[in-house]
Design a protein around this ligand. Structure first.
Ligand code: FES
Length: 175
């Protein structure tokens, strides 16, 4: 459910622009923060607040990979499979991650802790291979680093891990 507070944040954002619909992307981020992914209610709320059609809002939400169309895990692990990461053996890394997590790319672990997603170029080619985990980048990744990270994440209290804000790690200004 989208809270009244979240709606007010969307209204406040819209007021910063000459045209309210310019706030559609940060408003979608707010909707995603509220519910974990872009729900029908999220689309409707953004449309109402910004005086747009639901179709227009949905066209933005489905164009950008940073908006999730279905529930995701508490840790969203984006693995880059672009050309630079490919040349630096991301395929082996992906295989290692799939094996460690017991899921294939595009899936979420049954406990809801991890989602693994393949991405095309995370814009950090100079430090390939690259992972983006929620809002953080992990660069020059090796299978050993993956093992250490998974140990660390499993040791953390997953229940207190905030939901990811976006697939590209960006948290829009003022949101
Ligand atoms: S190809 Fe992986 S970051 Fe660009």
């Amino acid at each position: 459910m989208i809270s009244e507070q979240a709606k007010q944040r969307m209204r406040d954002l819209a007021a910063r622009y000459p045209v309210a619909r310019s706030a559609v992307m940060p408003s979608l981020h707010i909707a995603q923060q509220e519910e974990g992914y872009i729900t029908k209610e999220g689309l409707q709320t953004v449309a109402e607040v910004l005086n747009m059609t639901v179709d227009d809002v949905e066209s933005v939400a489905t164009f950008y990979t940073m908006y999730y169309q279905r529930p995701v895990g508490k840790k969203v692990i984006n693995i880059c499979t672009g050309i630079s990461c490919y040349l630096r053996n991301c395929d082996a890394l992906l295989q290692h991650l799939e094996q460690r997590l017991g899921i294939k790319a595009g899936e979420t672990t049954p406990d809801g802790n991890y989602t693994l997603i393949k991405m095309e170029c995370l814009a950090s080619c100079g430090t390939a291979p690259v992972l983006q985990v929620n809002d953080e980048f992990v660069e020059n990744v090796t299978p050993e680093m993956v093992d250490a990270l998974i140990e660390q994440w499993n040791a953390e209290s997953m229940s207190s891990t905030p939901r990811p804000t976006s697939a590209n790690g960006s948290r829009p200004q003022g949101v």
